[in-house]
Design a protein around this ligand. Structure first.
Ligand code: FAD
Ligand code: DLZ
Ligand code: SF4
Length: 518
């Protein structure tokens, strides 16, 4: 062999730039399961199984196509790092040329950049063209702008791709964005259909059986594992979503319910993120559903915006802002992560649902991540590093390039506004409006003080008050700050005291649970 094609665990696409011109006669594929990749944070066991099983299936497919794959699995050929695996392959096959597609995070990028010295190879790093926008497009977009905002980047990509565009260059439906139609609460008589789930085959079964013993520091249960681990199954999951869930995706995009942990969401993020599905084919499938009259425009545009807009925007931003993004702490938030993040055992029902479901399924939908768990972390001032590590570990789709801007930037505003124009802070009234969680909670979203008051209400004002120097001039927060200024002094004092009592209970590890009613 003359060249190694090194494939990472989130690069499982046959059309990948490092594989598209690979030739079984000359090229050796190398893949590895280094110890450190499963251990840099406490990963959910389902995430480890998904990545490893999808990698092993992908290697098998490449072998069927005639390739030789040097695969360093964690049991029989353990390695310490990607570099370790590369060095072993280089010396075994005496190859000095390596091609790789750029990795998904700074940590791995820096490791690969050292390969020419450390493994004595000539290295070619190719762009990851599975994304719509090359990294240079984000730099061009950002140049000269005072603020980075998703909406304008998204419009540019709509124009470039022609997705949901009229021939005259205007957006289909006469509007770029239908977000205001996508904020409905789920009616009591609507129950979302179950998402597509797959029975694990032998290869996956084996991993499910061993992962608990082999990764003792990992978290969560594997019992509910129903994820696709091959492209074929991922395509079936996509098809199922387009037919059964996309039509209602828009209406209930922001809704939360005890009836369903997934509402009408697609659950395809892990598949796109590891490479089993391509963003382009996903957006085109949704667009086709609109043109075929199978799904309304608010659903299709809303869904496409998540991928063509948000996903591209956070990826561009992650590489644009550099490797130190994630090290600031705008609000100087230092509270440690409460233990209930690892158990879901917390009397606030919205948190109990969102964290409990996450630990159970390695999945939570956007509004649970942002407006329940993220909002709680923001308002109580949890340490951003601990929060980001938690998100990076527990979600099936978490890879740093997408997890960090969403958690550090969007949910925690720890970057001081690089990613989002204002903090997504909200009181219990928002959660009550968008969910049925409060009906089953010991607290009341309508009360601000007293033992039954929803803790989010007083925490919201406490957050605004204690950060007035940083946020008071933000035009998007003018209204709440004016409301706060208009409140009577004793009302303000009662709210601050209420929040302080809650924070003391939180610090003492004893949020008080009301005994079950007989
Ligand atoms: P759907 O609601 O069906 O959306 C469709 C697709 O759009 C998703 O599959 C995803 O590819 C894309 N998408 C939607 N929102 C975003 C977004 N904000 N940024 C990037 N892509 C988006 N997404 C991840 O893929 N990995 C993460 O680690 C991750 N961490 C997050 C942390 C926080 C605090 C927040 C608020 C959001 C995070 N997201 C992350 C974004 C979003 O919550 C998930 O992509 C989504 O919940 C995945 O479920 P789904 O496939 O059912 O999404
Ligand atoms: C997340 C993850 C895990 C759990 N395991 C592996 C692995 O065994 N091999 C691998 O190549 N990648 C793994 N990954 C993904 C990496 O941590 C990392 O996010 C990507 O390789 C960056 O492109
Ligand atoms: Fe959450 Fe407050 Fe509603 Fe309880 S009352 S579920 S704590 S928002």
């Amino acid at each position: 062999y003359s060249t190694i094609r090194f494939v990472l665990g989130d690069q499982l696409s046959r059309s990948l730039s490092s594989l598209s011109d690979a030739n079984p006669d000359h090229d050796l594929i190398v893949m590895a399961e280094p110890r450190c990749e499963a251990r840099y944070v406490a990963h959910h066991r389902q995430k480890i199984v998904l990545v490893l099983s999808a990698m092993r299936h992908f290697a098998a497919e490449l072998r069927e196509q005639g390739f030789t794959v040097e695969y360093f699995d964690y049991t029989h050929h353990p390695t310490d790092s990607f570099t370790d695996a590369l060095q072993l392959a280089v010396s075994k096959h005496d190859i000095s040329s390596v091609i790789i597609t750029e990795p998904g995070e700074w940590r791995v990028r820096r490791e690969i950049d050292r390969w020419p010295q450390e493994a004595n190879v000539s290295l070619t790093i190719r762009p990851d063209d599975r994304f719509f926008a090359p990294l240079s497009a984000f730099a061009d977009f950002a140049e000269g702008r005072k603020e980075l905002r998703m909406e304008y980047f998204y419009r540019g990509l709509r124009r470039d791709t022609g997705i949901l565009m009229e021939p005259d260059g205007t957006p289909v439906g006469g509007q770029w964005n239908f977000d205001h139609d996508n904020r409905k609460r789920l009616p009591d008589d609507v129950t979302p259909p179950a998402p597509k789930s797959f029975s694990p085959n032998d290869l996956t079964q084996k991993l499910l059986a061993t992962v608990t013993d082999d990764f003792p520091d990992a978290i969560g249960t594997v019992d509910t594992f129903g994820w696709a681990v091959t492209r074929q199954d991922a395509l079936e999951a996509l098809d199922h979503f387009i037919t059964h869930r996309l039509p209602k995706f828009g209406d209930y995009q922001d809704a939360m319910t005890v009836k369903s942990p997934t509402v009408y969401h697609s659950l395809i993020s892990p598949y796109i993120n590891v490479g089993l599905l391509l963003p382009d084919e996903v957006c085109r499938a949704a667009e086709r559903a609109y043109y075929d009259g199978m799904a309304p425009l608010n659903a299709v545009e809303g869904f496409i915006r998540q991928i063509l807009g948000w996903r591209e925007y956070v990826r561009g931003l992650y590489w644009f802002v550099g490797p130190d993004y994630g090290k600031d702490n705008y609000f100087k938030a230092e509270r440690p992560l409460p233990d209930f993040f690892w158990t879901g055992d917390v009397p606030m029902n919205c948190l109990h649902q969102a964290i409990g479901e996450t630990l159970e399924n390695a999945y939570g939908h956007h509004i649970q991540r942002l407006m329940v768990i993220g909002n709680f972390a923001l308002l109580t001032g949890l340490d951003p590093k601990e929060v980001c590590d938690w998100y990076l570990g527990v979600y099936i789709d978490a890879f740093e390039w997408v997890e960090l801007p969403n958690t550090f930037g969007m949910a925690l505003y720890a970057d001081g506004g690089v990613m989002a124009s204002k903090p997504y802070a909200a009181s219990g009234k928002y959660i009550d409006r968008m969910s049925d969680y409060c009906a089953e909670c010991q607290f009341s979203p309508r009360k601000n003080t007293g033992p039954d008051a929803c803790p989010f209400n007083a925490l919201y004002w406490h957050f605004l008050d204690r950060n007035a120097d940083k946020l008071g001039k933000n035009p998007r927060l003018g209204m709440p700050y004016r409301n706060w200024a208009r409140m009577k002094d004793d009302t303000k004092r009662d709210l601050i005291t209420q929040a302080d009592i809650f924070l003391r209970q939180l610090d003492g590890g004893k949020l008080i649970k009301r005994p079950e009613q007989p």
